[in-house]
Design a protein around this ligand. Structure first.
Ligand code: DHB
Ligand code: MG
Length: 221
């Protein structure tokens, strides 16, 4: 099925996603430097991120897990002139690549990249920091519950929290799979369930060029 899913993603991309030299350059640089491309979102998923931001007229965006900054650039594209993205990356090699891709995109005035463990950086933000309007959690899956809880501290009523990789080809319902990353995602579902600070939550499975995975999303009460 993977070939069909990839072909359909290519079809969607060729029909609905305008070619964007900056985004293409980011993917090419990532590949040229030998980084794996499966860690990045697909173009049609990047467009979804962009549309969610446009729909909610977001100005302040928080991203956990920058990788090559491909998703970051999709998020940045959607923002008005006075928009701001804080993106956090834990790995030095990924952060160096991300900063290069951000600088090349000439959007760096809107994007602040911080390097370090996302939980530590979040805990270090000023308590009175202006809340974020949209939060994309795409960092190490093991820490998703901790990230979700920390992100709530920097959210307002109506903030949309969007999380990548919450299906993992079905591993989340395989009881034999007790990898920390999978347990982290299961704990995230449990935490979302009836969380007093969340208005509503759901998750969607996706198939495509990145395989079988999915997004979870929650609106802050
Ligand atoms: C992995 C991480 C991601 O964020 C993703 O979208 C796909 C794969 C990984 O760590 O394998
Ligand atoms: Mg991801």
């Amino acid at each position: 099925m993977q070939q069909l899913w990839s072909d359909i993603d290519a079809y969607i991309e060729s029909t609905l996603i305008p070619e964007d030299p900056i985004l293409l350059q980011t993917l090419k640089n990532t590949e040229d430097k030998g980084f794996p491309d499966h860690l990045a979102v697909a173009a049609n998923q990047g467009m979804l991120l962009q549309m969610l931001i446009q729909m909610n007229q977001c100005k302040r965006v928080l991203e956990l897990g920058t990788f090559a900054a491909y998703s970051t650039l999709w998020l940045a594209r959607a923002l008005p002139e006075d928009g701001y993205i804080l993106t956090i990356e834990g790995r030095d090699t990924h952060a160096a690549l991300a900063q290069e891709n951000i600088d090349r995109a000439a959007l760096s005035q809107q994007i602040e990249l911080k390097v370090g463990r996302a939980a530590d950086i979040l805990k270090g933000l000023a308590a009175d920091v202006e809340p974020f309007d949209f939060i994309f959690i795409d960092a190490d899956k093991q820490s998703y519950p901790e990230y979700l809880e920390l992100c709530l501290k920097y959210s307002r009523s109506g903030t949309l929290i969007f999380l990548d990789n919450v299906i993992r080809a079905g591993d989340i319902i395989n009881p034999d799979n007790v990898k920390p990353s999978i347990e982290g995602i299961r704990d995230m579902y449990r935490l979302m369930q009836n969380h007093p600070r969340l208005l509503s939550s759901t998750a969607l499975q996706t198939v495509g060029s990145k395989g079988h995975d999915g997004f979870a999303m929650a609106i802050v009460k």
